[in-house]
Write a protein that binds this ligand. Structure first.
Ligand code: PNW
Length: 790
């Protein structure tokens, strides 16, 4: 079942639910009761909350806990009390006693020793040795030298007070050719056995990932994840690992971040195996095989599983938040973002198939599960393993929004490898001088470049069809990911609501890298960790069943295409001084957190109360959240509402809640519906068109406003309502003026944009974006008048 069909599964926060069904007037005697029921220990959060709310609404001089005289104040107090009760049990700071604090690494990123003990090469060895693929042309040949220093590293984990160490097994270290038939490396297996024993001897639970992106190169040559056979080869490898390490490891991760591998590896080509030849086909195929491979591993594990043993596929996503919460198109874009990221893998695992929305948009290119495969995959996760680093604003993908968001996007440009730039140049250039031979071919870390004629016409990006942006003032981490803790909380609640995962949620990765030396980066990381713990606790109090939190990463390491330039480590590693490890400021924060197993005492109740809210304070309007959201979801599924009466209710609901975007769309549909289904009721259509014209003008959509005003004018004339016809004429003229104004500004914007494309001066880009913005907002003043009429 697609989430779009069901009403929002996440329970709405208690403070918006608190007043449902509250009837007014409340008897006077209930007033003291309300306040009297606040146990003293809750006064502080209640007071803090009242103050916060009062501030937010700019109500000057609301005296805390003073006699309440208005309904609004009463409602506020009731909400606050309930919130206080729920959020502030005396020990809200404490995590459950068995909460798993951990730290993570991955084989390729830390081990080094790439040719020792008979280890075979992996696709990442190949990819990273191609000049231009990795920032600074770094390789992971030595990395942190964890292979030789794991004992020392386990001591670092111990010093943190961490209870778990998540590491990954290098497939080609255990099976140099990827296959059992190619020989098992005893030395490779022994390394992981020693590592587990060392961890356990130090009171640390080993959490093992079978596959963290380093596919044996030998398998890649046979098609890698595009080859169905890899599913069975992986199953054999998994069985071997369960057999030799099963006595030590009770928590298994099968495959790490299929999304990242599929998109960066098979769509953008910025990760191994560096493919972007068929970005509308290969990512889906690779992902499909990864799901099946996980399913087979889980099936095998069930047969040998020891007491308490569990396995899950590790999924990653950023929280997707509509850039403009009132904008229906943005809401739809958010639905797409969810479907094409987390739900792409979570829906098959928990619901037995890809999201319906994906099926609709990808069609035949999206593989299908047979009945047996569906059963294999569905229910194969013993817990929900989640990696989450950020949140983003999502919006519809069109020229204007792209342009408007360009300055923000310029801030988050990731590392673009030389190889990619070169490939793009060749692909886009019709110029025969560009020599495709300069571009590495498949065997050296990426397939041959497509010629302009064979440029792919489909891609995951197009299928997903959404744009991401971030506010210009948002704090960014070194990888350009916005710091947005609320996103983690909302994501956890989304997962809990939609998938209700048995075995709870284990955060298998979260963390941040910051630029600068230890002095500047350390404290920012420390703050980051502390805020994460608050959001985590809050989401848990709201019902998210989170069982543990594993920080990425123990120490700075080979950060994939970024080489050694991004520092996620709790410990800094000096790669020029024999990989010396030094604790960052965040270590002390981590230690306090894991040892006290509680949110720091300095964190206030108010911080807890607001930590799920987006920083700009914009929230979904109520009607959007419930009634309208449900209807718009239906709409998204093309189950168009055909009854005029249903649409009328919808229009009214949106109008009341001030959701003009949605109201306008619904009114537009209502008008169309009246024309088609009820041609005998021109007055109904005319009324809908009037509302819709006003809305379109408000939303600065003059072209549509001209159309609807024109038709409404004719209808009102026919109906003999000259007042209404006059109003429509006036709106018609206004729409025309608006269109001219916008066209002029649009031309300016395009001009600046083209100049920027030609000269590359970013100031021109900003100019273009500003023109674009001005064009959109030029007529805001006039709209105030319209607003009053709605
Ligand atoms: C994850 N993206 O990778 C991995 O699991 C880790 O190995 C990695 O070091 C960590 O996050 C930090 O980057 C990702 O571009 C890499 O969206 C890139 C993306 C996402 C996850």
């Amino acid at each position: 079942m697609d989430v779009m069909a069901s009403p929002s599964p996440v329970p709405r926060p208690v403070w918006t639910r608190a007043c449902d069904g509250l009837s007014w007037p409340l008897s006077l005697s209930s007033r003291p009761k309300v306040l009297g029921s606040v146990p003293p220990r809750h006064w502080r959060p209640v007071a803090a909350l009242l103050a916060l709310r009062a501030l937010r609404r700019r109500v000057a001089g609301l005296v805390l806990l003073a006699p309440i005289s208005t309904k609004a104040e009463m409602v506020e107090a009731v909400e606050a009390v309930e919130l206080g009760e729920k959020l502030a049990p005396e020990d809200w700071r404490s995590f459950p006693s068995n909460f798993l604090w951990g730290v993570a690494t991955a084989a390729f990123q830390v081990e080094g020793a790439v040719t020792e003990g008979g280890r075979g090469p992996s696709i990442w060895d190949t990819f990273s040795h191609v000049k231009g693929n990795i920032d600074g042309d770094a390789t992971a040949d030595v990395a942190c030298d964890h292979f030789h220093r794991y004992r020392e590293d386990i001591q670092l984990v111990k010093r943190l007070g961490a209870k778990a160490y998540r590491f990954s097994i290098s497939w080609s270290r255990v099976l140099p050719t990827g296959r059992i038939q190619g020989g098992i490396s005893a030395e490779g297996l022994a390394f992981y056995e020693d590592l587990c024993r060392e961890a356990l001897a130090n009171g640390i639970e080993p959490v093992a990932t079978l596959y963290h992106w380093d596919l044996p190169e030998a398998l890649e040559r046979e098609g890698g994840w595009l080859n169905r056979e890899t599913v069975e080869v992986f199953a054999d490898y998994a069985a071997l690992c369960f057999q030799s390490l099963g006595k030590y490891v009770k928590t298994w991760c099968s495959i790490n971040e299929p999304w990242t591998q599929c998109i960066l590896g098979y769509c953008f080509g910025s990760h191994a195996p560096g493919r972007s030849v068929a970005p509308g086909v290969e990512p889906y195929l690779a992902g499909h095989h990864m799901l099946l491979a996980h399913g087979r591993a889980a099936e095998i594990y069930r047969k040998v599983r020891p007491e308490g043993g569990k396995i899950a596929m590790v999924l990653n996503t950023e929280w997707a938040e509509p850039q403009e919460p009132n904008n229906l198109e943005d809401q739809a874009a958010v639905e797409r973002a969810r479907a094409f990221n987390l739900d792409w893998f979570a829906a098959p695992l928990y619901e037995g198939d890809y999201p319906q929305l994906m099926r609709q948009r990808v069609g035949q290119r999206l593989p299908r599960f047979t009945e047996t495969e569906r059963k294999l995959v569905r229910g194969s996760n013993d817990f929900f393993a989640l990696n989450c680093y950020s949140a983003r604003y999502i919006c519809e993908d069109n020229f204007w929004r792209n342009l408007q968001n360009t300055p923000a996007k310029l801030r988050i440009l990731p590392f673009v490898s030389e190889v990619l730039v070169q490939k793009l140049k060749v692909a886009l250039s019709a110029d025969a001088a560009a020599d495709p031979a300069e571009v590495p071919a498949a065997a050296t870390g990426g397939p041959a470049t497509p010629s302009p004629q064979t440029l792919p016409t489909t891609s995951w990006t197009k299928d997903a069809g959404y744009e991401t942006s971030i506010p210009l003032d948002a704090e960014l981490t070194a990888t350009g990911w916005p710091v947005a803790h609320y996103g983690l909380g909302r994501l956890l609640l989304y997962i809990q609501g939609r998938y209700q995962p048995k075995g709870g949620i284990l955060i298998t990765e979260a963390g941040a890298a910051f630029d600068g030396d230890s002095d500047s980066a350390g404290p920012r990381q420390a703050t980051y960790l502390q805020r994460q713990s608050v959001v985590l606790r809050r989401a848990m109090l709201e019902g998210a069943d989170v069982r543990g939190y594993i920080w990425w990463t123990l120490m700075d390491n080979f950060e994939w295409s970024y080489g050694y330039s991004k520092h996620f480590g709790l410990y800094a590693v000096d790669f020029s001084r024999r990989q010396a490890r030094t604790p960052r400021a965040v270590v002390a924060t981590y230690q306090r957190l894991s040892r006290s197993n509680a949110v720091d005492g300095a964190v206030t109740d108010a911080e807890l109360a607001t930590c799920l809210e987006r920083p700009d304070g914009r929230a979904m309007p109520d009607a959007f959240d419930c009634r309208f959201n449900a209807a718009s979801r239906l709409h998204g599924q093309k189950r168009v509402l055909t009854q005029a009466s249903e649409l009328e209710v919808l229009v009214e609901a949106c109008r009341r809640s001030g959701n003009f975007e949605a109201m306008t769309q619904a009114a537009e549909e209502l008008a169309a519906c009246c024309r088609e289904m009820d041609p005998k009721q021109p007055s109904r259509e005319a009324r809908a068109l009037r509302l819709c014209t006003r809305g379109q003008l408000m939303l600065r959509r003059p072209k549509r406003a001209i159309q609807s005003a024109g038709r409404a004018m004719t209808l009102f004339k026919e109906l003999g309502d000259s007042n209404a016809a006059d109003e429509m004429r006036m709106l018609f003229v206004r729409a025309q003026t608006l269109r001219e104004g916008m066209q002029a500004a649009a031309q300016d914007a395009r001009q600046a944009w083209l100049l920027y494309r030609e000269h590359g001066d970013p100031r021109l880009l900003f100019q273009a974006a500003k023109n674009c913005h001005d064009a959109h907002h030029k007529f805001d003043d006039q709209n105030v008048l319209l607003l009053e009429k709605l």
